[in-house]
Design a protein around this ligand. Structure first.
Ligand SMILES: O=C(CO)COP(=O)(O)O
Length: 132
């Protein structure tokens, strides 16, 4: 008779990113869905992730800040199939010096058919659907 297995399915990784004008919305989103998000490995761009860690206590792996290449780092991980879904709260009214990196991240999500929420309404749909 074989031993009962104690192996758990590997945890999936979610990416959390928010422009400055949307960081408060991101913190509110993570607070509201804290229990669900706690089941995942979370990665984030530096400022967003630091804020989430400080405000929610959830562990978050920090990449570089967006303007320093954090979006590009996360795009590379998406291309390597290391990320299950991306929650990227974009400020459509803001100017972003690293817009080429932002567009790359969005494009790579679509190239690899990775779930991508760019506003809180979509983020709530994805997280509530438990489709990830
Ligand atoms: O600029 C960002 C996304 O494009 C976010 O980066 P920060 O989380 O470091 O502010």
């Amino acid at each position: 008779m074989s031993e009962p297995t104690t192996e758990k399915a590997p945890r999936k990784t979610l990416a959390l990113i928010a422009h400055d004008g949307k960081k408060a919305d991101m913190v509110a989103f993570v607070m509201a869905y804290r229990e669900v998000l706690a089941r995942y490995d979370l990665i984030a761009t530096n400022t967003t992730g630091t804020l989430i860690r400080d405000k929610t206590g959830l562990p978050v792996t920090l990449m570089l800040s967006g303007p320093q290449g954090g979006d590009a780092q996360i795009a590379a991980m998406i291309a390597e199939h290391k990320i299950e879904a991306v929650f990227f709260l974009i400020d459509p009214l803001g100017k972003h010096p690293h817009d080429p990196d932002i567009q790359t991240l969005l494009r790579i999500c679509n190239v690899h058919n990775v779930a991508l929420a760019t506003n809180t309404s979509t983020a709530e749909f994805i997280i509530s659907a438990s489709a990830i």
